[in-house]
Design a protein around this ligand. Structure first.
Ligand SMILES: [Zn+2]
Length: 300
């Protein structure tokens, strides 16, 4: 584990996360629709290679390849029983790639279902599923957790509570995904920035942020400014993080394709950083080239 704790490190200066995992797997020939998380068990070298490619260009931390590794999302691929194995392996692969001086964030994504009464999920069962995932990630050696791409306040709440319930003292970052909604930004479940920030901060996280979504680069900059002013009215000094996509996807032969260049991405993210966002990475469509250009721009 790194000598400076993740908690200290993220409060110091700009902290660079990695870029996309999914689109990098596809670029390495992994079929669309396959269970990406199971690759931690089946083809660890492919996953490891992607982690290394991000560390090489300047990422301070990578996210484990466990975005869909809760028992509900894995169940859709028939791998629910492998939950512990997949998460532990994912953490170990990233830990090995990170070595002594870089960091690993255990990635926790949404269940893909809704809580009752909208869907069939029971709060206690969902909490249990996220806690089991988090425990396996911690066992595998993560330095902290990132709960991301959330759209519902009840689910993000349960995820944060679950991760905190396992008793670790490692940092927890939590983010939601926003789309344009008139002059506003809202998640798919209708949550606006102010409500998201207020709820997530009330849970006692170490950083609050946004990732993914369907926004243009200019809209991500605007969203960052909204986040900063929203956080300022509640808790001055809170760390904010952002993982924008490489712009808006275009549909090419039924596949989402991201065409924003590393230069344009880095220029927009520099504005996001200047607005007051300290932890930065990329979501869908971003590659090591995007992170490399960003690292040079932010660190000079
Ligand atoms: Zn994304």
């Amino acid at each position: 584990m790194p000598r400076i704790s993740l908690k200290e490190r993220i409060s110091e200066r700009v902290f660079l996360l990695d870029g996309a995992m999914g689109t990098q797997l596809i670029a390495r020939g992994v079929q669309v629709g396959k269970c990406n998380d199971y690759l931690n068990v089946e083809s660890p070298d492919v996953v490891s290679d992607i982690h290394r490619s991000y560390f090489e260009v300047g990422s301070d931390a990578v996210l484990t390849n466990t975005f869909g590794a809760n028992r509900y999302a894995l169940g859709r691929h028939g791998f629910a029983k492998e939950t512990i194995k997949i998460n532990k392996a994912g953490a170990q692969i990233a830990r090995r790639a990170a070595g002594e001086n870089k960091y690993v964030l255990g990635d926790i994504g949404p269940s893909g279902d809704f809580l009752e009464p909208l869907g069939s999920l029971k709060p206690e069962e969902l909490k249990d599923a996220f806690a089991a995932q988090a425990r396996a990630l911690l066992d595998g050696g993560v330095d902290g957790f990132i709960i991301e791409t959330m759209t519902a306040l009840d689910e993000v709440t349960i995820a944060v509570e679950a991760v905190k319930s396992i008793g670790g003292v490692v940092p927890v970052l939590a983010s939601m995904s926003f789309d344009r909604a008139g002059v506003d930004f809202k998640t798919m479940m209708g949550v606006d920035v102010e409500a998201a920030v207020a709820k997530i901060l009330s849970l006692g996280v170490d950083a609050v942020g946004f990732n993914c979504g369907t926004l243009s680069l200019n809209e991500y900059v605007e969203l960052a400014e909204r986040f900063v002013s929203s956080v300022k009215t509640l808790e001055q000094g809170t760390i904010i993080f952002a993982e924008p996509n490489a712009g808006k996807p275009e549909l090419v032969e039924d596949q989402a394709v991201y065409k924003v260049s590393p230069e344009d991405f880095a220029a927009a993210v520099e504005k996001i950083h200047s607005a007051g966002v300290n932890i930065i990475g990329g979501c869908c469509g971003t590659s090591p080239a995007h992170i490399k250009t960003l690292a040079i721009k932010l660190r000079g």
